[in-house]
Design a protein around this ligand. Structure first.
Ligand code: CTP
Length: 396
């Protein structure tokens, strides 16, 4: 870690890494030790802590740590650390470790907005990304003082998730680096009045897993989130919406120039024809109000048939139950053709088990006739299989 106030949040990150069985050596800069002292890092990691190349010299730590690591993760990464890493400076143990590491490197920047936005920092970030380093986007919100803006360290749990996914794909690399992807997640609410709505059972877990997986592969991610109560994935730009109309507006804006779009959200097909400005009251005679619905726009169809970029890869989801007109896969093929997208992720929801569950089982259908079955697995793994299919289509 380098010397920012967010170093205290790295204690939580370190805890998660050690509790999940990882062998962690903490390498603070001298400034990081001004914020959190060596005893804290030593106690939490169970290992000695050194910031300088001049301790334990006989073990040649300035070379050994980087060479032996499976992952180097810097959180928080200050503007100064980014500059040193971009230019290959090595004046302490951390920067020496960065120069000797051949494993994946993840940097989680945290600094004031002005420092992040400065052309020097942005140029350094671009240099590091071009070199294959995963530099997360900072989160927005309250900064050290009373000001707010972009520059916060992402949630430690979310940084941990990035680290976990990078470690799980040691050979995978940042194959989405330089790509901008847009993912929708969650289920829309269609309001009857100021307090009541029609909704659906989508949890947003699969969409959030897609966003996290893409971030761990180096993509710049816009996540359009409909009514999901989950922490923002580290580095994602999150746009929050409630209704299908808002989702449509946000998606049409977000997909401009995007390389890939995944519609994992469950927009409601219908909405109340009238949204009452006042709360609907009970009738004195005990009669229930009649509800008239009208159809919502089909966002996926619109994105796929009116593309902002002809070569963008557009992915839809289909939650199907087989019926008298066809099997789940037959209905999926028909839907793929009807929607006009390039890939359709089909899941069989006959049992209702997928909603809110951490696991899923899908078949990914392609317009080229391809069909890939992904057996029951964590939604994070399903997400990587979907990105594998997208990346394969980028290569065509
Ligand atoms: N979708 C969309 N806009 C809608 C409804 C659905 O963009 N108004 C997208 C979903 O995000 C998903 C895909 O379309 O990626 C399939 O959704 P689904 O509800 O299965 O499709 P429908 O067109 O509603 O088909 P069905 O007639 O089977 O309900």
């Amino acid at each position: 870690m380098s010397g920012g106030i967010a170093a205290y949040k790295a204690c939580e990150l370190l805890r998660r890494l050690t509790e999940s069985g990882h062998d962690v050596t903490v390498v603070p800069t001298a400034s990081a030790l001004e914020f959190v002292g060596a005893p804290t890092w030593a106690a939490l990691s169970g290992k000695p802590v050194a910031a300088s190349v001049w301790s334990q010299v006989h073990e040649v730590p300035h070379v050994r740590l980087g060479q032996q690591a499976d992952l180097v993760l810097v959180a928080p990464a200050t503007a100064d650390l980014l500059a040193k890493a971009a230019h290959g400076l090595a004046d302490d143990l951390l920067t020496n470790t960065l120069l000797t590491a051949r494993c994946p490197v993840v940097l989680a920047p945290a600094m004031h907005t002005e420092m992040w936005e400065h052309p020097a920092t942005q140029a350094n970030v671009a240099t590091l990304r071009a070199r294959g380093t995963l530099v997360l986007e900072p989160a927005e919100g309250r900064l050290t003082g009373k000001d707010t803006g972009k520059g916060r360290l992402p949630d430690p749990g979310e940084i941990f998730e990035v680290a976990r996914q990078v470690l799980a794909r040691p050979e995978g690399g940042a194959d989405l680096a330089g790509r901008h992807v847009v993912v929708s997640a969650g289920g829309t609410k269609e309001f009857l009045d100021p307090v009541r709505f029609l909704g659906n059972r989508s949890s947003g877990l699969q969409g959030y897993a897609l966003a996290r997986a893409a971030l761990s592969r180096g993509a710049s991610v816009t996540l359009v989130s409909a009514n999901v109560d989950l922490p923002a994935p580290a580095g994602a730009r999150v746009e929050r919406v409630e209704t299908t109309e808002e989702l449509r507006t946000a998606m049409l804006a977000a997909v401009q120039g995007a390389d890939a779009v995944v519609m994992a959200a469950a927009p409601a097909d219908f909405r109340p024809a009238v949204r009452s400005a006042d709360k609907i009251k009970k009738a004195a005679d005990g009669s229930a109000p009649a509800l008239t619905l009208e159809q919502n726009p089909d966002i996926l169809h619109e994105l796929a048939t009116n593309r902002s970029r002809p070569d963008a890869v557009i992915v839809g989801f289909a939650a199907e139950t087989g019926d008298s007109t066809g099997s789940v896969l037959e209905l999926g093929r028909a839907k793929l053709a009807r929607k006009g997208c390039d890939l359709l992720v089909v899941n069989d929801v006959s049992g209702g088990a997928v909603f809110g569950s951490g696991e899923n089982e899908v078949v990914i259908l392609g317009t080229d006739g391809s069909s890939r079955s992904v057996p029951r697995a964590a939604k994070a793994d399903i997400a990587h299989s979907i990105w594998d299919e997208v990346v394969a289509r980028f290569a065509l």
